[in-house]
Design a protein around this ligand. Structure first.
Ligand SMILES: Cc1ncc(COP(=O)(O)O)c(C=O)c1O
Length: 484
């Protein structure tokens, strides 16, 4: 005989309890937002060494004190993106509304592999991908999918490229290929393109790294040389990827150049716009993406400079039908015909089976603010990038170096207050300086390495950052450098 419902399960599903907890959590979240925006937290990133943090959680998880207390601790100990002194990695400072969307969609928990498990999100996804694609300048008839991250979107785009271009004539989906395919991409590109190529079984040699100029943009001769190199090695290049922009230094490839090259060689043209494609929403900055409208596919992260919580990425295809290229999966328990391009069963087009209700997140922004907010956000963040660069240049002469003029919101620089023996010593000093700053704050910045040099790196992600925060950062760097 079936046992009665266990009291723990009754408690877990009790609506009254949910409301009580929810009111408290909402109050606490409101306070976190206020404190963060008011810069009253001691540091934007409350650094603890990994082993200490692990010990803390070992102790805490041995002595639980309930959800409200747990969430307070998590908020206090987490990297504070909502703090205007956050100037680190490329993760969105989410519009707080996103947390409200999460509240509802996490409770509804509709999947998206098949229409009947998520009718609202599937239908919205189809509409939004076509509309947003066109807002970005892609041709009428474009479409695509939402997925969990730029890394995954880039892989799926390259799977489509392999199927479409298919120089080897193989039925790749059913028989695999001979492992001799290749992709051309900037030597400054995000590592996920390299990873995708290796996942596809083409190995390290399947990535043709294209030389870049002193601004880290793909060059015409770099493309030609990389192509010749691949041909010599007996590789079939199927795609060329333009970076909009590169991760480390924020360089936007010349997409017209890449599009011309792709056209000339019959290649799939993919744009990794995970970070920079939202510039399409800004009248002031969309010129950085000129040529993107010729792409076969574009990846754009809504969880970078579009203000959505992670992860939410759009993978757009020039024609909606192209989004069916990556997979042809039989799954009798989900759909009856693998070949039928039913737009409503998104699992046919996405790597994921279950995925979150991503389209509701995107729709929420449009409902409240319209697409203008993305242009306004881009303008603000890119404006902050320029402002920081100008402030660094204004200090130059005293050991400040700007790696390059930023085109967007990624700014790389160094501070070397004295002469060092060689580049290694400069790099060691910069690394030490960044570590001290990480430990002591109060701002948050990161570091990178290119052209043999270690650089301090800021991505201006928080639109509430003000010039005073940047001045504070630069002063703090000078202060710490004196102490080292
Ligand atoms: C250009 C570029 N592509 C891809 C990615 C990976 O995206 P995700 O972190 O969403 O997987 C990043 C992340 O920083 C990026 O900058």
């Amino acid at each position: 005989m079936l046992e009665p419902l266990h009291p723990l399960l009754r408690q877990a599903f009790d609506p009254e309890r949910f409301l009580r907890l929810g009111e408290q959590v909402l109050q606490d979240t409101f306070k976190h937002l206020q404190d963060s925006q008011g810069r009253t937290r001691e540091k934007s990133m409350p650094w603890t060494p990994p082993e200490d943090e692990k010990s803390f959680w070992e102790a805490r998880l041995d002595a639980p004190e309930g959800l409200v207390d747990l969430l307070r601790l998590v908020a206090d100990r987490s990297n504070g993106l909502q703090d205007p002194r956050y100037m680190g990695h490329q993760v969105a400072v989410p519009f707080p509304d996103g947390a409200l969307v999460g509240l509802v969609t996490d409770l509804l928990n509709n999947g998206g592999a098949i229409y009947e498990m998520g009718p609202t999100n599937s239908a919205m996804e189809e509409v939004l991908m076509a509309r947003i694609g066109q807002m970005m300048g892609l041709p009428a008839g474009c479409g695509g999918i939402l997925c969990h991250g730029g890394t995954l979107a880039n892989l799926v785009a390259l799977l489509a490229a392999r199927r479409k271009v298919n120089h080897g004539g193989a039925d790749v989906w059913n028989d695999g290929d001979d492992g001799r395919g290749a992709v051309l991409v900037s030597n400054q590109a995000h590592y996920c393109v390299d990873r995708a190529v290796r996942i596809m079984g083409w190995g390290a040699e399947g990535v043709g790294l294209v030389d870049t100029d002193d601004q880290h943009r793909i060059t015409p001769s770099g493309l030609e040389t990389a192509m010749q190199d691949m041909n010599k090695k007996g590789r079939r290049v199927v795609a060329v990827v333009g970076s909009s922009c590169t991760t480390s230094s924020g360089a936007f490839d010349d997409l017209e150049l890449v599009a011309d090259f792709a056209e000339q060689h019959g290649l799939w043209f993919h744009v990794d716009g995970a970070h920079g494609a939202p510039a399409a929403f800004s009248a002031r900055h969309k010129h950085l993406l000129s040529g993107m409208e010729r792409a076969d596919s574009v990846a754009m992260d809504f969880h970078k400079i579009m203000g959505l919580p992670a992860l939410c990425t759009g993978l757009f295809f020039r024609q909606q039908e192209m989004s069916f290229l990556p997979f042809t999966q039989s799954a009798e328990y989900l759909w009856s015909d693998a070949e039928d391009p039913e737009w409503w069963n998104f699992g046919k087009r996405t790597f994921e089976c279950t995925k979150r209700m991503l389209s509701t997140r995107v729709a929420a922004v449009l409902e409240e603010y319209g697409p203008e907010i993305w242009g306004v956000l881009v303008d603000r963040l890119f404006g902050l990038g320029k402002e920081l660069a100008e402030r660094i240049e204004a200090r130059s002469g005293g050991g400040w170096q700007l790696a390059m003029e930023p085109e967007g919101n990624i700014v790389c620089f160094r501070y070397l207050p004295r002469d060092f023996k060689d580049t290694n010593a400069e790099n060691a000093f910069t690394q030490l300086l960044r570590q001290r700053h990480l430990e002591e704050g109060p701002q948050y910045m990161v570091q990178t390495r290119f052209d043999g040099k270690v650089w301090l790196r800021c991505t201006l992600m928080n639109p509430l950052t003000e010039p005073q925060d940047m001045a504070g950062l630069l002063d703090r760097i000078e202060e710490l450098a004196q102490e080292l």
